[in-house]
Design a protein around this ligand. Structure first.
Ligand SMILES: Cc1cc2nc3c(=O)[nH]c(=O)nc-3n(C[C@H](O)[C@H](O)[C@H](O)COP(=O)(O)OP(=O)(O)OC[C@H]3O[C@@H](n4cnc5c(N)ncnc54)[C@H](O)[C@@H]3O)c2cc1C
Length: 399
């Protein structure tokens, strides 16, 4: 995929989409067209990974869009990455199979050493290696990240890691894992967020030699897993940034994650609205198209309005991010609005399709299950409300 080149922003386009953005959308749409509903539906029964789709996306360079050109990527911004993920979900696919590389690669890019960047980024850009997995969540601590218990103890030029992680997605389909561990016991730190570190784990060596993976079957096809970590040895050279600063690095990447997930939700919403619009126009009951009834068309119109509003916040957050300006409030609000709007659109679609909405062959139920996740992960709606209450409105911290 070529870099941004000369992009012309259309002043009448409220999303700020430029000519380049329009052609990017067209190209991603064309690629996704080769992986229609039947492809995604076919993966469901055995919870198969969309390997062909991810390979095609990688080969076309889309997963390397945020990697600088100097390392073989296309050096695009979060605005462009968001459009790519939106189009995948809008087409009926599920970007969750591969979105993580886009938002976790930033940790390596911003905080990795020159050696680490030289060693990994070109291979990530070419698709030779995949960095699709990040291990934060633990079974006993959940959203309370600072309390995580996986411990890495330094012994000479290695860390020896012991602990457990849960809901670690795509670990079976990734070569590398960014692992958040505690390197200083919590009793010895001043602030609870101190003493955490990020390790880059080479899963090709670690599986069977310190990491055991157990898949977790969820309501959607998500390739999530549990990791049991026992005496895993990680070279000190694989520490990303400084020891003890891991939480800061994680927080640094959250705005990108929020914006990209918001874009996927906008894509889901547009999928549901387009399918509902089409079906409501075609399905005839009581001698007329069901879409002629306000009871059907008003909910579709409402869902459309909410998705478009969420997309404006998504575009604003992405613009600020690309200008290197603070965007925590906008990124969080975009994720909140888009996740709510896509969930509303999913409900509207299932209602519009009546009984057919529940059948596998119409795909609405599959997308309904997929978009539900974004009320909970990667961050739950409650924690976004807490963020806005505390950091935007200045209310007391609630936890
Ligand atoms: C399919 C899937 C894929 C995932 N992939 C990954 C991954 O790749 N890597 C990774 O590290 N994690 C991953 N996660 C984990 C995800 O980030 C967590 O599920 C999420 O952060 C919530 O943690 P929890 O499930 O332990 O819920 P808990 O923290 O136990 O929370 C349960 C509920 O209580 C609410 N709650 C908790 N505390 C508060 C509070 N103070 N105020 C108000 N409400 C509160 C939460 O909002 C939530 O609704 C994934 C999860 C799923 C389901």
């Amino acid at each position: 995929m070529a870099g941004k080149g000369s992009s012309v922003t259309d002043p009448h386009d409220p999303t700020g989409d430029s000519d380049f953005h329009h052609s990017l959308r067209r190209n991603v749409r064309e690629l996704c067209g080769r992986f229609p509903d039947a492809y995604w539906r076919g993966l469901e029964a055995n919870r198969d990974y969309p390997e062909d789709f991810v390979s095609a996306l990688t080969k076309a360079g889309y997963l390397a869009s945020l990697i600088p050109e100097a390392y073989g990527g296309s050096g695009l911004g979060i605005s462009e990455a968001a459009l790519i993920l939106e189009e995948i979900n809008r087409s009926g696919g599920n970007a969750a199979a591969c979105h993580a590389q886009m938002y976790i690669m930033g940790t390596l890019l911003r905080h990795g050493s020159d050696d680490q960047k030289r060693m990994y980024l070109p291979s990530l850009a070419s698709g030779e290696l995949r960095l699709q997995a990040f291990g934060v969540t633990e079974p006993t601590t959940g959203s309370d990240t600072t309390q995580l218990k996986t411990m890495a103890v330094r012994k000479g030029d290695r860390y020896v890691v012991n602990g457990q992680k849960v809901f670690i997605s795509r670990a079976e389909h990734s070569d590398l894992l960014l692992l958040l561990v505690r390197t200083t016991p919590i009793e010895h730190v001043v602030k609870r967020g101190d003493g955490l570190s990020v390790l880059l784990v080479d899963l090709r060596r670690a599986i069977g030699h310190g990491i055991t993976i157990r898949p977790i079957r969820t309501m959607m096809n998500h390739a999530t897993t549990e990791l049991f970590i026992e005496d895993l040895e990680v070279p000190v050279a694989n520490l990303v940034g400084q020891e003890g600063n891991g939480l800061r690095y994680l927080l640094d990447g959250l705005n990108a994650e929020r914006i990209l997930i918001a874009a996927e939700c906008v894509g889901d919403g547009r999928y549901f609205i387009e399918r509902s619009r089409r079906y409501a126009g075609e399905r005839v009951v009581f001698g007329r198209a069901i879409g002629q009834n306000q009871g059907i068309q008003f909910p579709i119109a409402t869902a459309h309005i909410r998705i478009e509003a969420a997309d404006l916040m998504r575009a604003r957050a992405a613009q600020l991010y690309d200008l290197h300006r603070p965007c925590g409030a906008e990124a969080n609000m975009a994720k909140f609005l888009a996740a709510d709007a896509s969930w509303e659109a999913a409900n509207v679609a299932i209602q519009t399709f009546g009984g057919y909405g529940f059948t596998e062959e119409y795909d609405i139920e599959r997308k309904f299950r997929e978009t539900r996740l974004y009320q909970v992960a990667p961050v739950s709606t409650n924690l976004i409300l807490s963020y806005v209450a505390e950091h935007v409105l200045g209310l007391p911290r609630s936890y």
